[in-house]
Ligand binder design. Sequence first.
Ligand SMILES: CC(C)(COP(=O)(O)OP(=O)(O)OC[C@H]1O[C@@H](n2cnc3c(N)ncnc32)[C@H](O)[C@@H]1O)[C@@H](O)C(=O)NCCC(=O)NCCS
Ligand SMILES: Nc1ncnc2c1ncn2[C@@H]1O[C@H](COP(=O)(O)OP(=O)(O)OP(=O)(O)O)[C@@H](O)[C@H]1O
Length: 197
Amino acid sequence: MKKIIGLTGGIASGKSTVSNWLISQGYPVVDADVAARKVVEPGMPALREITEAFGRDILLEDGTLNRKKLGAIIFSDDEKRQTLNAIVHPAVREWMRQETERAFLEGTSIVIMDIPLLFESKLTHMVEETILVYVSMETQLKRLMDRDGYSEADALARIRAQMPIDDKRKLADYIIDNNGPVSETIEQVKEIMKQFK
Ligand SMILES: CC(C)(COP(=O)(O)OP(=O)(O)OC[C@H]1O[C@@H](n2cnc3c(N)ncnc32)[C@H](O)[C@@H]1O)[C@@H](O)C(=O)NCCC(=O)NCCS
Ligand SMILES: Nc1ncnc2c1ncn2[C@@H]1O[C@H](COP(=O)(O)OP(=O)(O)OP(=O)(O)O)[C@@H](O)[C@H]1O
């Protein structure tokens, strides 16, 4: 039986911490953030569309996307974020579908899709089960600022660009509480994964 599990959470909630452990255990993880980088590489149609919408100044000198600049624009402007999403998300979905198909062809029975915007983008139809990596907003803000060095205002803008993580709790099939130490988080992941064996 083939199964696709959606792993989600808010920004800096600990998805990579969980998915890195799953990868270390041999589970195939298809990551939407990786997809979102692949589909805007030089030469890809989405990058051309981004330069048409945001201007050529959105590129670095070597022709790659200036992610820092684009992030500063889209996390402070809902309309511009929607413009970017409309360009990038269809290509991300297609890449995710292909990678998942490839993993199944290689013989796996479970694929984990790591999708930060699983609920916001209404992508639950792509998966059979949903796992939320949960932290309180306080922990989320602190970890985001510590990891990426954002000011509180910049970190809050990123958090507010997503569905409040407390609302995601109501939508998820499984919830992993990542407020404590990583070891406790991994114990919870192990318990959940037992059910899919
Ligand atoms: C704006 C961009 C260039 C900023 O790049 P940067 O390297 O700083 O961030 P990165 O891509 O690593 O994303 C970090 C996190 O930000 C959050 N995030 C990214 N894009 C969005 C968005 N459009 N809306 C809400 N949250 C987002 C996610 O939690 C993600 O895990 C980049 O995030 C992007 O291209 N976003 C649009 C694609 C997208 O929606 N990606 C999220 C998964 S599909
Ligand atoms: N249980 C924990 N205790 C302490 N720090 C943690 C814990 N879990 C994650 N972190 C740290 O918090 C930060 C965010 O975690 P991680 O990068 O896994 O989140 P993410 O959800 O993948 O983020 P993003 O949405 O930005 O991709 C990282 O610096 C990570 O090392």
